[in-house]
Design a protein around this ligand. Structure first.
Ligand code: GLA
Length: 370
């Protein structure tokens, strides 16, 4: 394994443990996690591998195969920068349960595609530390630690979906997670058995303002919940009544969150019934809601969805936080060429950068490699 070789070359010995954690795509349930709602992501075949040996001092030495050069040495947590913050944040939150560590990282999550490379990094490192220090953390506790590192150390107010998908997913299945109780269940998601493929369309675009807009949406949802007198938008049962009490953006955001939660439950019902081919309409409805009510789509995502449907997809939607990143399309295998051609042609016509196509096959969650 090349990460083990790089570790040995840099630090002079083999690593004590090696963990792999995947990125994710979200099938449905977008911008619902921080509203205590439901999500249905699954792990993708790309992820982050972390080779780690604990140290008996407080120094952190970090090497990434994606950032060639000498290892970065971090003496105090506050001095970490860039990608190292996701790693140092995890160590920081573990406090005196851990000391320093030598860590080598190798990742193959397509960058900027919105497939949660940062969650994969947090979960890989947290899993390795949990292992070498015998901390006894459950996969969900590892996910929560990763989320907290991102919230409190990196400063991105994300929900729990990405880290939970990375820590808890199972091969060939989607992860149905209640983001309030944190109860989860995996559901068979066998696309090939139904002659289907889930195609990721990576727009290769990531809009700059994404972070600020994400925090703004979150604040709008919290404000709407306060006005409605509920703990979170998850608790709205009378949607028409709630909408009558709200105005403007808060009204639109609430309508999205409440209907999106229903769509997750409906999609889970279809999967349980073995009706995978029927989920397309819910994917389409989710996209329209994210585009028109939550306002987190982008021209590239909208064109990808529309062109995929014209090319023969059974359903398509943006996935992840939005403002760029990726869309997913549910495609009968015999239509894969036609869908890709349709999207590529539509991009060329508008002068967009060519998209990248990746097949999404549900992969296992975090696991030890050696
Ligand atoms: C990002 C966040 C997640 C979630 C999605 C939107 O990926 O990290 O917690 O909120 O956006 O569904």
């Amino acid at each position: 394994m090349r990460v083990v070789e790089a570790f040995a070359a840099a630090f002079g010995a083999s690593p004590q443990t090696v963990w792999r954690a995947p990125g994710r795509v979200n099938l449905i349930g977008e911008h619902t996690d921080y509203n205590d709602g439901f999500v249905l992501p699954f792990a993708v075949p790309w992820g982050v591998t972390a080779a780690l040996t604990p140290r008996d001092d407080d120094t952190i030495r970090l090497l990434s195969l994606q950032a060639p050069g000498e290892p970065v040495t971090i003496a105090t947590h506050a001095e970490s920068k860039g990608w190292t913050r996701y790693v140092v944040g995890v160590l920081d939150l573990l406090g005196d349960r851990v000391r320093g560590a030598d860590i080598a990282i190798d990742g193959d999550v397509p960058q900027g595609a919105g497939l949660s490379s940062s969650a994969a990094l947090e979960v890989a490192v947290a899993s390795a530390l949990n292992d070498v220090h015998s901390l006894g953390m459950t996969p969900m506790e590892i996910a929560l630690l990763g989320q907290q590192a991102e919230n409190d150390f990196v400063g991105m107010p994300c929900g729990i979906m990405d880290q939970a998908a990375s820590a808890l997913s199972e091969e060939g299945r989607a992860l149905f997670l209640d983001c309030r109780s944190l109860a989860s269940r995996t559901i068979p998601f066998d696309l090939a058995a139904h002659g289907l493929s889930l195609l990721i369309v990576d727009t290769q675009v990531h809009h700059e303002h994404a972070g600020g807009e994400y925090a703004k949406r979150r604040a709008e949802c919290e404000s709407a919940a306060r006005k409605l007198g509920v703990a979170a938008l998850r608790d709205v049962t009378d949607l028409a009544g709630a909408l009558a009490e709200l105005q403007g953006d808060e009204r639109k955001r609430t309508e999205h969150v409440v209907t999106e939660n229903h769509r997750v439950e409906a999609l889970v019902g279809l999967l349980r019934a073995g009706a995978v081919t029927e989920i397309g309409a819910l994917l389409n409805a989710s996209h329209l809601s994210l585009r028109d009510l939550y306002e987190v789509s982008s021209p590239e995502l909208d064109v990808a969805v529309e062109a995929a449907l014209r090319g023969g997809a059974r359903g398509a939607r943006m996935t992840g936080g939005g403002f760029g990143g990726s869309a997913i399309a549910l495609v009968p295998v015999e239509r894969l060429d036609s869908v890709q051609r349709s999207v590529s042609d539509a991009y060329a016509e508008r002068g967009f950068q060519a998209p990248r196509f990746l097949p999404a096959v549900p992969a296992p969650g975090a696991h030890r490699l050696s």
